[in-house]
Design a protein around this ligand. Structure first.
Ligand code: F3S
Length: 416
């Protein structure tokens, strides 16, 4: 890869060992991906790794060294070099009395947040940064962790980001560059598969079903959806999350919505796609069935807000819960960014939800925290997919209203 003199000097240690290590991460990754150069990055969304390292069993010494190195790197007056927000954690900083909210991890999280904030990182703690102010413009080069947000940035906003891991996003934040490959380049943003949508999509979860269906087929490709109306922000959120869950999709095109795809022809750069499929009402029903594996009706958890809920979603949930009570023995979690919860507090939604026995969970989500659950109802395909794998739970994916009904009755009573 061609490096400038400044980049080569950093690689050789001119700005300390930690930044040299960051540069090695970017260069080695770029070489594997056949990038020819590093390009300036405008915007990052990073995972603060310490509590996550703890959860994965790293020693205290490893973490202390990492924090010390990060602190040293952040002392440089130009760090971070771009607009940097923070992804979800494995714990919440709020008072939550469950064993999974491990006090040692919470303490580590607090220390790191203090450091990150002092360095200019914005502590959004969310998997949906575009809901709380991080809305890159068309063409902006980003380095985002969180695969669902990556698809949203590329497909809905017209920004450009490859999928990032913890180290590459931290390195991009501190150095201000990323290796140029994949969807950062025009030629790699061309559609690879046409999906004609004939199903009636009535809710964000239906859009999640479309994404889950398409991700399974597309793999690492770029699906182009035709025949759909413009999705709402919540519907686009579910589509993008599901695409990145069942497949390795980095972006899609929605004809007439994706900024660079005013038509299907533009999405394919006027070439004729070889792959074509239809998403019908039958496909919609069958896709829901893929993530419904209960062996009984009794439920213990309802998880909403995956990716993190918008204020409109919270308003809808509050309206459905108003004056009612969640069934005994059921945990109702609504995951949201701290900034969104502040709006919900101000607008009275939090009080309604808490009076009903639900909880708005900030900074993380039950799956990230590994909160034990036996049978989960959720309106997010991503949540259902990962809860089944990571928590070993039985899952039922459904639209928001039946999820709330299940929470109120303590059992799955179907869609109607
Ligand atoms: Fe966010 Fe957790 Fe879903 S981090 S995308 S709510 S699995």
């Amino acid at each position: 890869m061609d490096l400038t003199k400044e980049q080569q000097d950093i690689l050789e240690g001119s700005r300390g060992e930690f930044l040299a290590q960051c540069m090695r991460w970017l260069v080695e990754w770029g070489e594997v991906m056949r990038a020819r150069r590093l390009v300036a990055v405008d915007n990052t969304h990073v995972l603060l790794p310490v509590p996550n390292l703890m959860a994965r069993g790293a020693s205290r010494t490893t973490m202390e060294r990492y924090v010390a190195e990060l602190r040293e790197a952040c002392r440089h007056p130009t760090h971070p070099r771009c607009y940097c927000t923070v992804h979800t954690a494995f714990v919440t900083l709020d008072d939550l009395d469950v064993p999974e909210n491990d006090p040692e991890q919470v303490q580590a999280q607090r220390e790191l947040v203090g450091l990150a904030v002092a360095s200019g990182f914005i502590p959004t703690f969310t998997c949906a940064p575009y809901l709380v102010g991080n809305v890159p413009l068309r063409g902006e080069v980003c380095a985002w962790t969180e695969s669902s947000a990556v698809v949203y940035a590329n497909s809905i906003l017209g920004a450009r980001t490859t999928r990032h891991g913890t180290e590459s996003a931290i390195a991009a934040s501190l150095l201000g560059w990323v290796p140029e490959f994949g969807v950062l380049l025009d030629e790699n943003r061309k559609g690879s598969l046409r999906i004609e949508v004939t199903a009636a999509l009535d809710s964000p979860t239906d859009w999640g079903a479309l994404g889950y269906f398409a991700g399974r087929i597309a793999g690492l490709g770029i699906p182009v959806f035709n025949g759909v109306r413009r999705p709402s922000q919540d519907e686009a959120k579910q589509l993008c999350a599901a695409l990145a869950t069942s497949g390795g999709v980095t972006m899609c095109h929605i004809a007439g919505v994706t900024p660079e795809a005013p038509s299907p022809g533009a999405a394919f750069r006027e070439e004729v796609p070889t792959d074509f499929t239809v998403f019908s009402d039958t496909s919609l029903r069958e896709t829901y069935q893929l993530l419904r594996n209960p062996t009984g009706d009794e439920i213990d958890s309802v998880i909403l807000g995956c990716p993190h809920a918008s204020i409109r979603e919270i308003a809808q949930i509050a309206a459905l819960l108003k004056g009612r009570k969640v069934a005994e023995g059921v945990s109702l979690w609504i995951n949201a960014a701290r900034a969104t919860k502040a709006s919900a507090d101000f607008m009275g939604y939090t009080a309604i939800i808490e009076a009903a026995g639900g909880r708005i969970l900030c900074d993380t989500c039950p799956t990230n925290m590994r909160v034990p659950a036996r049978r989960i109802v959720t309106d997010g395909f991503k949540q259902a997919h990962y809860a089944r794998g990571m928590l070993g739970a039985e899952v039922i994916v459904a639209q928001t209203e039946p999820c709330i009904r299940a929470a109120l009755h303590g059992r799955w009573i179907g869609n109607e």
